[in-house]
Design a protein around this ligand. Structure first.
Ligand SMILES: Cc1ncc(COP(=O)(O)O)c(C=O)c1O
Length: 394
């Protein structure tokens, strides 16, 4: 059986100890080989305690709106820190879909620029919402993948003077391929188009900065690598664009003065809060704040390096076993998930689950998605189990 090898350089011992300490904060890892962060991140003790705090607050105080609004603001600041942005550039939303919908509603497709460029790598929501805008005059153009990747040249050809917005994923949810966002953003800028990045499958696993990436908008959510929970997401909007984007998908928490309780006019916030809608997802803000704090304590550059070592070990073990990867081999072309081609992906996931190994599948591929809390043993467990199920792999 191939043994995975993770070398962490000269400080290997100290490094391994510190990763082991971090791992011990995720109790599910004592019970399961959990390699499914692309679907749902493992829950840290810190997140569990935060959720318990919410229950305690409800049981002892009944309600505490001022404190809850503060929690929402804390999430806004932490997301801003994660992206290298300003808090005024972040809307806290109920989902990534909510952020994309609010942004789309602020765009005008009546002019000469009415084209939306998406790609074959999109998660359904970032395709369906843009196709829905065809009812409002948009024209959606889809950039095709070939051999599991989409080179920058294909975006160069698709983005033109009629393009209003390029709306693309950072990392593909099916095969883990990572688009060259800075290069595509440069093309969009040169041709006068806006660019939205769906960071759901990459943020929390990568050291990311909006200015370095050159993007105008980012959406994401807390379910996966951000270690929070479902029911909360965010939209980043570059400061200089906010004023001229007036969403028609809105609600009272998007108003300039929320507690003015205006019922005679629409007066959106001057900040990115204008992309929000109704009552904040109170319980989810507790989990999101705690999850983001765990990531910040660990440090995103260290997390990205750690995940890089783990994905390299997964690719090496797959290669040695003769399995076929659906993910591009080149480390600069994939994110934290490695996809292995399966004969019957659903049967494989169910069979691994029966042995306590948690993975997921899409599009005929087994998705193996480590986070910083995984280790060499997890990878060895997976590949021993796969060896016994060779007939289910290509
Ligand atoms: C790339 C990507 N975008 C978006 C989503 C989900 O978006 P929402 O928060 O609207 O459910 C997912 C979830 O799996 C995803 O992988």
């Amino acid at each position: 059986m191939p043994q995975s090898k993770i070398s962490s350089g000269p400080d290997k011992d100290t490094d391994e100890n510190s990763w082991a300490r971090a791992r011990s904060r995720f109790p599910v890892l004592e019970k399961k080989t959990y390699l499914n962060s692309c679907s749902y991140g493992a829950m840290a003790i810190d997140v569990m305690e935060a959720l318990k705090r919410y229950i305690d607050d409800r049981m002892t105080k009944g309600c505490d709106w001022n404190y809850w609004v503060e929690r929402n603001e804390a999430v806004r600041s932490s997301v801003a820190q994660l992206l290298g942005a300003h808090a005024d550039e972040v809307a806290v939303t109920a989902s990534a879909s909510a952020g994309i919908n609010s942004l789309a509603s602020a765009l005008n497709f009546d002019g000469p620029r009415n084209k939306v460029v998406i790609s074959d790598f999109e998660f359904p929501t970032n395709a369906q919402i843009w196709y829905a805008q065809e009812l409002r005059g948009a024209r959606v153009v889809r950039v095709a993948e070939s051999d599991g990747y989409i080179p920058v040249e294909k975006f160069e050809a698709a983005i033109d003077e009629e393009t209003l917005i390029v709306a693309i994923t950072q990392v593909c949810f099916r095969n883990g391929a990572k688009l060259d966002i800075p290069a595509i953003a440069e093309i969009a800028r040169r041709k006068g188009a806006l660019i939205l990045m769906d960071g759901y499958q990459g943020l929390g696993a990568t050291d990311f900065n909006v200015a370095a990436a050159g993007v105008d908008f980012v959406v994401g959510g807390m379910v996966k690598y951000l270690l929070g929970t479902a029911g909360i997401g965010f939209l980043y909007c570059r400061k200089s664009l906010i004023e001229n984007l007036v969403p028609t998908v809105t609600g009272w928490f998007a108003a300039q003065d929320i507690f003015a309780m205006e019922t005679t006019r629409y007066n959106p916030s001057p900040t990115a809060r204008r992309f929000e809608a109704g009552t904040p997802p109170v319980v989810n803000t507790y989990a999101a704040e705690a999850g983001l704090a765990v990531l910040q304590a660990q440090g995103l550059p260290a997390i990205e390096r750690r995940i890089g070592e783990l994905t390299a070990a997964i690719k090496a073990a797959a290669r040695e076993a003769g399995y076929s990867l659906a993910t591009p081999e080149d480390a600069s072309r994939h994110g934290p998930m490695i996809a292995i081609r399966a004969v019957d992906d659903a049967a494989l996931v169910a069979s691994l689950e029966a042995d306590g190994i948690v993975t997921s599948c899409r599009d005929g591929n087994l998705r193996v998605s480590p986070h910083f809390y995984n280790n060499e043993q997890d990878i060895d467990n997976l590949f021993s189990a796969l060896q016994q199920r060779r007939h289910l792999l290509r």
